[in-house]
Design a protein around this ligand. Sequence first.
Ligand code: NAD
Length: 491
Amino acid sequence: MTGGGIRFRTVKRVLNFIDGQFRPPCSGRYLPNVNPATGQVISETADSGPEDVDAAVSAASRAFESWKKTPAEERSRLLLKVAGLIEENFDELARLESEDNGKPISLARRMDVPRAVLNFRFFATAILHAETPSHMTDDRALNYTLRQPLGVAGLISPWNLPLYLLTWKIAPAIAAGNCCVAKPSELTPLTADRLAALIADAGVPPGVVNIVHGTGAAAGRALTSHPKVPLISFTGGTKTGADVMTHAGPLFKKVSLELGGKNPNVVFADADLDQAIATSIQSSFANQGEICLCGSRLFVERKIYGEFVDRFVEATKKLRIGDPQEASTEVGALVSEPHLRKVEGYVALAKEEGGEILTGGNRPGNLPERVRDGYFLEPTVIAGLDCNRRVMQEEIFGPVVTVTPFDSPEDAIAYANSTRYGLSASVWTRDLQKAHRVAAAIDSGTVWVNTWLLRDLRVPFGGMKESGVGREGGFGSLEFFTEAKNICVKL
Ligand code: NAD
């Protein structure tokens, strides 16, 4: 609607979800939420602060009194109901995720939404199978260990896999009997908002799940420094993780940190090259390279380096960049303009550091009209950099991969381990012994052999070095979200 030269447009307001109700932020302020594929503001997000977080923590504390006593079977039933509702709203959630983040809708349909369903189903059923250990002290005493929820869990998640990672935290937290206050990324609030409504529809009691939107500096920090939140599960950047520790540490909170990565992808000459190339294209550029597990440093045995790089560059050039809402699009938009500039800055730095851009590095020129103002970057392959260069050391988190030759397994291991990160790695070889040896020597929480991103939710997940602290996944998540209490009975 236009009038007198002023343009009025109403967009949806994303409110906080506290005590089962949608509430505006105490500040009355909102943050613009931009669709990165179009550059248009598509909604406004509550700009919350400590008062909102405090209200959410109070609601969660009240709800905890009865939720912790709710039988596991009933908690399981409610979580399964949420999973079912996510499935029923599959198309809408996939569309929202794509609009909010810029990711191809095909990826949201294949990965983000199915995984959100699975997260709820997995922990809903896991709690029905949990065991409590007991220890006999000869014939003198019986010890048994209770695992009890802690109270209010603070859950902070990033923008790259918004619903996937939010549900990876909410599901185990509440399955284990905690209540929670979640703070999604301010860049991608839409699926969290929709999830809140589905949680209410499922009949999860008010206050068990609360969602507070806003910036990390205001809402996030209010959560990490809140005295009545004994546990923080954080996924995000390494620098932010340090700030989380700074605030949560003095309060002795239980903290799990899932942080950044600079993951190596090691290809030996005896690998199945067709598979290695096809999967390395995925591991380099899926979700525009904005997955913490993306392999951003490719190391290729010198004997096949030339052939591998030629074929890899060829396949990179064929990737379809375009409107994320189109089913055929393979590479969408980066999440925001500042992030695009940051990634472009690394391409410029690679040139300064002596790197050669084998393909990409530019904003694509032939985008469809609807997405012409979006934050797109061509998938980029860079060669010729030493491992100690900044481009090879710092997390870029975009569609940018470096390629480097190596001569021996020892070199490959040294190159792989040459950063401060240690989240994940891939190794490609047909030699089983070499695979085991190299996998054991690489410093990272996960090593894939002849595959990438194959996830079994039962296995421990997390990072070494500056990629994180602690492990989540399977019963590991349920252990993190509970406190062990040993009871010793004299016989
Ligand atoms: P980020 O660290 O900027 O933000 C993550 C979340 O923390 C957001 O909700 C943000 O609002 C909040 N936040 C920011 N500052 C805060 C503070 N001082 N206190 C409390 N909360 C604060 O990360 P991002 O840019 O949203 O996400 C990208 C990063 O996440 C990358 O480094 C990526 O590798 C990492 N990541 C890691 C994993 C993993 O499993 N290890 C998974 C996905 C993403």
